[in-house]
Design a protein around this ligand. Structure first.
Ligand SMILES: [Zn+2]
Length: 328
């Protein structure tokens, strides 16, 4: 499930122990300790995993398996793991569950803090590691565009998990229905590039990604998706270890991959103006009944097929046709 306000507050808390020291010193060991890294190969990419020597309730192989499964979910979305190599550090904390995570350019490195009491179930429901791994797939952009980095991580995390079958469509849309309102402009908003609040950064960015996914699918008659656009960036050789000056340049590369101008047009619309979005109308068009406690789908809605295709993954593209015109 996508992050709640509470999750985010925990999640953005600075790490008290910087796990990166080993990598900065040139050693392939993100925990900075003496253990050897465990090698996890994901396609042609190699992950160096170091788990802090601590009293974890789970066996080391279970934690490694979870990292492998998470990396596979990300690789499935991007058609390959986004970087040739990465360093993954797992640090112990009290309690259960994954506590926080951070992706860093150097390495690149993903540091995760995990409770020593964590169970397999805690890891099965974790979204943090996948969120951080998704950060590896997009270059660093100037601070005013930080919303695209976080928005992609929030949006793609849910979609990639649904595509892989580890999150149900109901879970994805419930998370979006609850979370996306945080991304709407409030009084005084000056657009995504000029309103660096928590809501606009994480959920405003995620809303941009959802609207972009819909626009690309509409413009291409369902043949192309945001996934193809983002694969275009990875295939052009960009990842988190790159620092780029221009977001519009990256969006053009992504648009070229789908042969649509969707991302560029949406960015022009949302970058420096509040851009009102009628979410109730959007959910209605997608066939998402938000009146009940549980999410219910209406398969007769104009964009019902598109909504189903978003969570279904590559194989379901054939189902995504003939949806009607709509505006949000
Ligand atoms: Zn993030």
């Amino acid at each position: 499930m996508p992050p709640t306000v509470t999750d985010r507050a925990k999640f953005s808390r600075p790490l008290t122990l910087v796990l990166l020291l080993g990598v900065l010193a040139g050693a392939p060991n993100p925990v900075g300790a003496q253990q050897d890294a465990t090698i996890v190969d994901v396609g042609d990419s190699r992950l160096h995993v170091v788990i802090e020597d601590s009293e974890f309730r789970l066996a080391q192989r279970d934690i490694i398996d979870w990292i492998r499964r998470s990396a596979d979910i990300v690789a499935n979305y991007y058609a390959r793991f986004p970087t040739k190599r990465a360093y993954i550090g797992v640090r112990a904390a009290a309690g259960a569950g994954v506590k926080n995570g951070r992706a860093l350019r150097h390495g690149p490195t993903v540091n995760i803090t995990m409770g020593v009491e964590s169970t397999s179930r805690d890891l099965d429901v974790d979204w943090i590691l996948i969120h951080e791994l998704i950060h590896l797939a997009f270059p660093r952009v100037p601070d005013r565009h930080h919303w695209i980095e976080e928005g992609l991580a929030v949006y793609v995390e849910s979609i990639a998990r649904a595509n892989a079958g580890t999150l149900t469509p109901e879970q994805v849309w419930r998370g979006f229905v609850q979370g996306m309102p945080h991304g709407l402009p409030r009084a005084g908003d000056r657009g995504l590039d000029f309103t660096p609040t928590w809501g606009r950064t994480y959920w405003g960015g995620a809303l941009f990604c959802l609207l972009a996914d819909i626009d690309i699918r509409k413009a291409s008659g369902g043949k192309m998706t945001l996934r193809d656009a983002l694969r275009g960036i990875v295939n052009a050789g960009f990842d988190m270890t790159d620092q780029v000056d221009s977001l519009p340049t990256m969006l053009k590369i992504a648009d070229a991959a789908t042969k649509t101008p969707a991302l560029t047009i949406l960015y022009e619309r949302m970058k420096d103006s509040p851009t009102a979005i009628d979410l109730s109308s959007l959910w209605h068009q997608l066939g998402i009944d938000t009146q009940q406690q549980e999410i219910k789908f209406n398969d007769r809605a104009p964009l019902a097929a598109l909504r189903a295709a978003i969570t279904a993954g590559d194989r379901a593209r054939a189902a995504e046709r003939h949806y009607k015109e709509f505006t949000y």
